[in-house]
Design a binder for this molecule. Sequence first.
Ligand SMILES: Cc1cc2nc3c(=O)[nH]c(=O)nc-3n(C[C@H](O)[C@H](O)[C@H](O)COP(=O)(O)OP(=O)(O)OC[C@H]3O[C@@H](n4cnc5c(N)ncnc54)[C@H](O)[C@@H]3O)c2cc1C
Length: 488
Amino acid sequence: MDRREFSKRSLLLTAGILTGSHKIGMANEAGDTNNYYEEPTKKLPIRNFDVVVAGGGTAGVVAAIAAARHGAKTALIEVKGYTGGTVTEGGTALHSFYNLWKAFPGVTKRQVIRGIPAEIIDRLVKVGGATGHCEMERGYDYDSVCTAICTESYKLTTMEMLDEAGVFMAMNTLVVGAVRDRARIKGVITESRAGRELFCAKCLIDCTAYGDLAAHAGAEYNEPNDYSVCNSVGIGNVGLDKYYEYLKSHNAVGQLARGMRSGRPDQVIRVGSESVNLPDGFTQEARDIGMAMITTSVHDNYMMFIKCNLKLPVSPTDRDTVSKAELTIRKNMAKAVELFKKYVPGCENAFMARTSPKLCIRRARLITCDYDITHEDVIDGRHFNDDVFVYGFHDMAPRLQIKDGGTYGFPYRALCVKGIDNLLASGMLITSDHRAHMSTRNTVCSMAQGQASGTAAALCSAKKCGTRDLRYSDLYEALKKSGVYFDS
Ligand SMILES: Cc1cc2nc3c(=O)[nH]c(=O)nc-3n(C[C@H](O)[C@H](O)[C@H](O)COP(=O)(O)OP(=O)(O)OC[C@H]3O[C@@H](n4cnc5c(N)ncnc54)[C@H](O)[C@@H]3O)c2cc1C
């Protein structure tokens, strides 16, 4: 369309809107008029990379570091101004670097997730931004260790690691489209204050949690809407010790771990009671606002995460439903702070110190991959001939645990997006079976997926091959050399 034609069309459109002004008056609550505006076409500046990672959250950070460390010219596109995603916004602790050895007497303690995810925690510990891996004293049939982090340290440390690896970080930049060339993706279209751009790459990884890149590229997906959404509040002036004493006085401590807090060892760093009804009504009032009773902290006088959950009637990709939910959950988080002031002695001056910038999701789009990990794969501890790491945590423990406190293998095929030759996916956006997903979606598993997909993408780019043409032995060797643990 040339400029004259565009002006003519714009005029016609404007006229349409004017003549239909009574229609605008009848617009629904969301301002919907049933009129459309046709955008003009635009020339976009092109940037060229070997690997593009969409989404700099839990999985994306690790994917980008892994790709860059394997020599790929790598771009990370993140819509927010910091990295870390749901680790820094929703999760109470990182589950889990270990097998569930404490719940199975005689089973050997093993750190099964190593490599870049473990390196992040080691770096955080050095700056007082993580507790390290602290053994659970109570609730160890759920997880053997508690690895809690400081949200702000996590953001800074991961950005520093990305920078050191030489990753080009396009922050405050949203993935809004994809350009397909038959079975391949040529690049992703982004939008930021720099305008619209096309980031081209030989291999791409969708780590957006929402599956935005895969969906834009026309990949197969569905939206199960099988979880609550959540926001989490950090509460100041409420010591974990006070909460612990309060729960103890009611014989209601369900989970307990001690470790390094504010530079001192042997302090309470995780405490909670999920299933016990406190006699004074705290539990019931907490349930009414979807509040979880478990929390962690690496700092004195602070609760890092108190979660408020809300079940939506539709998938969290529905903007208007989510917009309303944002307000509901903010009201509930304010009530959560009031509950601590009301019930926990010594917390009368509690205040809301931090919230997540937006609702956190546990799943939105489910992207179809070449292999779909099943519930049986997980709990029976199955291993595959294309494993890219092993994992031993299940979020439904103690009800569902991995057999004998062991591990299951995560096959490379589970990361290859169906029907696209150069797209991998990592994080919460894969695994259809809800019970299997209750294991694969967790932070540490998402990070390990990131290391596998980042490494694979770099190798595919160097070898100029599609994701399915990569020799497994090459990927295995590269992962093994980078510290990934494979023993079943
Ligand atoms: C409330 C809650 C509590 C949880 N508790 C725990 C827990 O205690 N322990 C545990 O191990 N796990 C927990 N989980 C699960 C775990 O945190 C997540 O499943 C995991 O972090 C998901 O990682 P991800 O990389 O898929 O997504 P994220 O970490 O959310 O990363 C996605 C990133 O992509 C970015 N992004 C999204 N769309 C775009 C776009 N179009 N363009 C550019 N960037 C984009 C986002 O800003 C974000 O940074 C919890 C999850 C929730 C929601």
